[in-house]
Write a protein that binds this ligand. Sequence first.
Ligand code: KG4
Ligand code: ZN
Length: 337
Amino acid sequence: MKDVLVLGIESSCDETAASVIRNGREVLSNVISSQIALHTQYGGVVPELASRKHIENINWVIEDALTQAGVSLDDLDAIGVTYGPGLVGALLVGVAEAKAIAFAKKKPLIGVNHIEGHVCANFIEHPDLEPPFLCLIVSGGHTHLARMKDYGEFELLGRTRDDAAGEAFDKVARAIGLGYPGGPKIEKAARAGNPHAMEFPRGKVDGSPFDFSFSGMKSAVLNYLNHAAMTGETVNQADVAASFQKAVIDVLVGRAVLAAKELGEDKLVMAGGVASNGALRKAMEEACRKEGIAFYHPSPVYCTDNAAMIGVAAHYHYMKGERAEWDLNAVPNLKLV
Ligand code: KG4
Ligand code: ZN
């Protein structure tokens, strides 16, 4: 059977990325141009700067992805692009580029939901993994507990009511002086700290056992820091990082495993930037082993934003015959379901 080649394009936040995927699961190239150095000066992503950088980078990123894969635009079967959720100006760069290529080369255009893309990252390294399964998506903008019923079909079980897990990592990192991006810096600092030094609240949402709330936990860290500043107490950065990280992990593991048990799911898939956290992976792995749940997660490079995951998601929509129209637009607040 002829190979199916999909070009994935991602520009929803601060990474400009392109990737060529063969037959839905094989990564022929995965090029990511990160803007972290640019945004670090401002302590977070500046949307207008992000859009401009995407414009500067998108052409060479795509050219590199094609060259590394050893294919030309003519060889492609479809062009997949993230059209939401994300920063509107950033998304528009990818969407306009994908439309231009698809129109000029007469190729099918596939619009991909970024959150679905994160879940699909798991198909790259787990060739036997197929839906249905339970998934926990933990990124900078989203915290969702969902069921992937079939390719491209989700049922939402729970979500955060306030901050996303990654957002909480970023805000706490800033508060304790670790800077941006917060997740990896907290993970590193936490290695030298005591996770039981402070007890931060494990937020629950009354009546919604699968929803999340991280704002109380974040406020508790800020209150602790304010109190220490007022009383002249020295703050042990590593202990705060380790105790905060432990609180987040307890909540994520507790809720995901509870959902798996209550719904009788035997496969749990984790995805998104926070899923690259080593301590979280270890805790989830152990909890799943105890409960007889098969646990899947991508390598760190496929957890944070990349275009390979977008190419994989696009492949399955393409195979179902789904196509985007030429009026495909950026949808900044696109929902998973
Ligand atoms: O999935 P992603 O790259 O972008 C979004 O779609 O949001 O996730 C980025 C988020 C950031 O909040 C970042 O702090 C967090 O993922 N993150 C981590 C780690 N690496 C990235 N959080 C905890 N531990 C990490 N090692
Ligand atoms: Zn993402």
